[in-house]
Design a protein around this ligand. Sequence first.
Ligand SMILES: NC(=O)c1ccc[n+]([C@@H]2O[C@H](COP(=O)([O-])OP(=O)(O)OC[C@H]3O[C@@H](n4cnc5c(N)ncnc54)[C@H](O)[C@@H]3O)[C@@H](O)[C@H]2O)c1
Ligand SMILES: [Zn+2]
Length: 389
Amino acid sequence: MPWAWFPPASSSRGGEPRLPPFRYDRAVVERTVHVDLGERSYSISIGVDILGEVGQEIRRRVEATRAMVVTVPPVGRRYGASVMRSLKSEGVKARRFDVPDGERTKNLQQVSRLYDSLLDASADRATAVVALGGGVVGDLTGFVAATLLRGLPFVQIPTTLLAMVDSSVGGKTGVNVARGKNLVGAFHQPRLVWMDVTTLKTLPPRELAAGMGELIKHGAIRDEAFFEWLEAELEGLMKLDPELLIHALERSCAIKADVVRQDERESGLRMILNFGHTLGHAVEALKRYRGILHGEAVAIGMAFAAERSETLGLSPKGTRDRLVTLLRRAGLPTELPAFPRRAYLQALRVDKKKREAKIRFVALRGIGRAVTVPLLPREIVPPTRAKGR
Ligand SMILES: NC(=O)c1ccc[n+]([C@@H]2O[C@H](COP(=O)([O-])OP(=O)(O)OC[C@H]3O[C@@H](n4cnc5c(N)ncnc54)[C@H](O)[C@@H]3O)[C@@H](O)[C@H]2O)c1
Ligand SMILES: [Zn+2]
């Protein structure tokens, strides 16, 4: 496996058209990001207090006459009425379906309940399947939309920062099974993504920080100018300044969408989105998914990967410190939990039968410049790491 080096988003090298350079224009308060995937293209709308307008867009762009709004109680209680009212005022027959809150809801039993409910409501191609909530609701609902009747139109209304910057962009849907997380799934692009930054006001602070980790990731792997802007504006963002948020979401989504556009099925470039995830997943597994949020584990993984990038001689010294400083300002952890080295090695062996299988480790050549490097687990976590840190 050769090393793969991906030039930054706004670089003009290579044949692909690239993102325009990052620019911050404070006056703008509503934005649209177009995700260009041929026939499966769609747009992401980002704005302030726009929840009540989603019905109109669903009717117009999806041509839906019916809608099933899937949500969890903490979100449905706060935002369900506004979405339902907006759909009904457009003449769309809407029903709300609540699933229990939490990661455990991403299972096949809930999928089956949703299938029944949709079939009972005579769902067809004119039925929009709408996810209102975080990544859990989005992944579950998206999988149902992908598979029922070989695909129904899917709409995402993400209400966590993580769902806005990550899970609602890219088309990956799926559920967990007893053998592991996200093992059953499908690619299914939404027809519309509708982000109202006002909903973030009720999000618990830890969840906000976790989402910020993935947002910082997008700057770190692909866009140094955006990363610099985050360094300047992080506190305002954490305070949910709407203009700052809209710009951050716009850029973050554009970066992810640009990567997905070039590699929808994850055969190369898309892997850079896994920056911080190799170690992050190991940390989550070792902690048995308890007491740590995904975004927190990814922050730890990014700090580790940035340090490893320096010790591998790939990135200039100071790259790690810059990233770690920003992650800490966002309230994220960056220290590797003290499990023995062999525990990390075991957790890293994705292919349990092939002990010597290489992993495409995502490293940095500097801020904004990700590379993938094929490494063995024992090269990712070299023996020196065992001494504590
Ligand atoms: N499909 C993808 O590409 C992709 C990418 C990243 C993560 N994911 C998946 O996303 C999931 C994690 O998503 P998440 O972090 O959004 O978790 P989540 O959906 O569980 O939401 C976190 C918590 O916040 C609550 N909540 C949501 N919005 C709220 C709001 N506006 N106000 C108050 N509370 C609110 C939820 O009820 C929940 O308790 C995981 O299952 C992960 O596998 C998928
Ligand atoms: Zn992630």
